[in-house]
Design a protein around this ligand. Sequence first.
Ligand code: RP5
Length: 170
Amino acid sequence: MEEKTAVFVSVVMGSDSNLPVMQETIRILDTFGIPYEVFLTSAHRSPERTSSFARTAAQRGIKVIIVGAGAAAHLAGVIASQTILPVIGVPLEATSLMGLDALLSTVQMPGGIPVATMAVGRAGAKNAALLAIRILSLDDEGLREKLQAYIQDMVRDIEKRQEGIICRKS
Ligand code: RP5
């Protein structure tokens, strides 16, 4: 019988229209070799599917939930209200308010129900994965080493760009 790989991170989004930006989350999880699932549900359009997901995530072995949503983005908060797993929210641009609506809906949680809110858009989607990895690395030495290597790569990249500036000046 084929053994199922345990899934540690759930990447949830309110619409498939969010997928192009949330690919940034998926790309980082792939880079670090983190097993994940992608789940589509909407706080407003499919409230029961959202509840059932949130209530069963912990018992399915999920450790961190990342939620990308746009417009009146209540999805991260609604999920956080029905699980004790850490929830990371990514506000996305989906209306003429360009993500400000989603940012305020995601970040302004009432006391008692935390959602770790990232920046709007691609940077937020990327950082959501990196924050999830930092959480998972608390009890995973190998993952901590991969994170250190990733940070060192960023340092080297900045140094390389500096060299590029010096060359262009002369
Ligand atoms: C939210 O409504 C989704 O997260 C999406 O960003 C927004 C618009 O959804 P679509 O009309 O593109 O499906 O629930």
